[in-house]
Design a protein. Structure first.
Length: 383
C-alpha cells in the first residue's frame, strides 16, 4: 500500500494546481467528467505495470527490459525512461519555483529557490527508496484530508448546477480533456515500474491492489479539485484561473477562528511535489546506473551530483522561460510523454512478456534473493 501512496503523491502533487484550469479550458463544465475518463483509461496500464513487474521480482523495469526486448533495444528503451525521469524532475522543480516566486518568496531569485529545493530533494533521493516510501505514507493521508476540507468547507458558496448539463458541446471536449489528464495519472504506472520491487512477497501476489488503490485515490483527489472549482467559480471563470484549486482555498472562512487554510494546502502541496521531484531524481539515477551497469554507493552519488547540477543550470540555456511556457510544456510534452511511457508501453510489454521465450523474468527463488538484496540496501521493506 505504501508504494501506492508514492504513486498518489507523484500524480496528485504534479496535477492538483494546473489540471482544473486545463480541463476547464478544454471541456468546460464537463471537466469533472474528464477526470473520471482519465481514471478509467489509466486503470489498465496501471494493472499491466503491476502484473508485469510481478514477473520480475526484485527488479525495476530498467533491469527487466533486456530480458524482454533484448540487450541493445532494452538499454535504448531504458535510456528513454531515464530521459523521461530527468524531464519530469525538471518539471517538478520548475512548478515549485514558479509557484514559490509568485506567491511565497516574491523577492527571492529563482536560482536560490531552485538550489534550496534541489538540495533537499537530492538528499532524499540519495537516502534510499524506503525513506521516500515512508514519507509518502504520511503525506498522502494528510493531503487527502486537506483536499476534502478545501472542497467541503465552502460548500455553501458552491452551485452544483454549474456542473450540468452534460456534454452540452458534445462528447469530444470531455474525451480530449480525459486523454490529456491521462498523462498525469500515467505517472502511476511509472512509479509501479520502478518501485514494485520493494513490495513484500505477500502483497506482490495481489499486484492489482496497489494499482487499484493508487488510481482510485488519485482520481478521487483530482475529481474533488475539478468539481469543486467548477461549482465555486463556474466553468468560464475556472478556465481563466491558472491556480483555481489554490484560489478555492482562499474563499474559505469559518467565522473569525479559521481562515487562511491555503497555508495548510500549500504546505501539503510542497511536501507532495518534494516527493515527486525526489522520486524522479532517484528513478533517473537508478535507470542510468542499471543501463551502465554501475554498482556501489560511489557511482550513485556521482550520478546524483551530476543530475542535481543539470537540474540547477538547465534554465540558463533557454530564454524567456515564463509561467505560460511552463503550462505549454506540461500540457504538450509532459502529459504526452507520460502517456506514451506510462500509459501505452506497460500493456505492450506485458503482452510481450507472455510471448517472448524467457520473458517471464526470474524464478521465485531468484526473485526472493533479489528482493532481499534490495531490502538490505535501502532498509526494511515497505508493506
Amino acid at each position: 500500500m505504501e508504494v501506492a501512496f508514492v504513486a498518489v503523491a507523484v500524480a496528485v502533487a504534479t496535477a492538483v494546481l494546473f489540471t482544473p484550469y486545463l480541463a476547464a479550458q478544454t471541456a468546460g463544465q464537463d471537466a469533472w467528467v474528464s477526470v473520471i475518463i482519465a481514471g478509467l483509461l489509466t486503470l489498465l496500464p496501471s494493472l499491466a505495470a503491476a502484473a508485469l513487474m510481478r514477473k520480475f521480482p526484485g527488479q525495476t523495469i530498467i533491469g527487466a527490459l533486456p530480458r524482454l526486448v533484448g540487450k541493445v533495444p532494452g538499454k535504448a528503451v531504458g535510456l528513454a525512461y531515464a530521459a523521461l525521469f530527468l524531464f519530469s524532475a525538471a518539471l517538478a522543480v520548475w512548478r515549485l519555483e514558479v509557484f514559490t516566486a509568485r506567491f511565497l518568496l516574491t523577492e527571492t531569485p529563482l536560482i536560490v529557490i531552485r538550489a534550496m529545493f534541489l538540495v533537499c530533494a537530492g538528499y532524499a533521493a540519495i537516502s534510499g527508496t524506503i525513506a521516500l516510501i515512508r514519507t509518502s505514507a504520511y503525506i498522502v493521508p494528510a493531503g487527502m484530508v486537506v483536499i476534502f476540507l478545501v472542497v467541503g468547507l465552502p460548500l455553501q458558496r458552491m452551485d452544483v448546477s454549474l456542473l450540468i448539463p452534460l456534454f452540452e458541446n458534445g462528447y469530444r471536449p470531455a474525451l480530449e480533456a480525459g486523454l490529456m489528464l491521462t498523462g498525469w495519472l500515467s505517472q502511476i504506472p511509472l512509479v509501479i515500474l520502478m518501485l514494485q520491487r520493494h513490495v513484500s512477497a505477500d502483497s506482490a501476489r495481489k499486484p492489482w491492489s496497489i494499482a487499484l488503490w493508487a488510481v482510485l485515490l488519485s482520481t478521487v483527489a483530482l475529481e474533488l479539485g475539478a468539481a469543486g472549482t467548477l461549482a465555486a467559480f463556474g466553468p468560464r471563470q475556472a478556465a481563466s484561473m491558472y491556480y483555481s484549486s489554490f484560489e478555492l482555498t482562499r474563499i474559505i472562512s469559518l467565522g473569525n477562528f479559521w481562515e487562511h487554510i491555503e497555508v495548510i494546502f500549500v504546505a501539503v502541496w510542497i511536501a507532495g511535489i518534494f516527493v515527486a521531484a525526489a522520486f524522479y531524481i532517484q528513478a533517473f539515477n537508478t535507470a542510468v546506473a542499471e543501463v551502465l551497469q554501475l554498482s556501489g554507493k560511489a557511482g550513485k552519488v556521482i550520478i546524483c551530483g551530476v543530475t542535481l547540477l543539470l537540474l540547477l543550470i538547465w534554465p540558463f540555456f533557454f530564454k524567456d522561460l515564463s509561467f505560460l511556457i511552463l503550462i505549454v510544456v506540461i500540457r504538450k510534452y509532459g502529459s504526452q510523454l507520460a502517456t506514451v511511457m506510462g500509459g501505452i508501453l506497460p500493456p505492450l510489454l506485458l503482452v510481450l512478456s507472455a510471448l517472448v521465450p524467457g520473458g517471464k523474468g526470474k524464478t521465485e527463488a531468484e526473485g526472493a534473493r533479489a528482493a532481499g538484496a534490495a531490502g538490505q540496501e535501502d532498509g526494511k521493506k515497505a508493506r
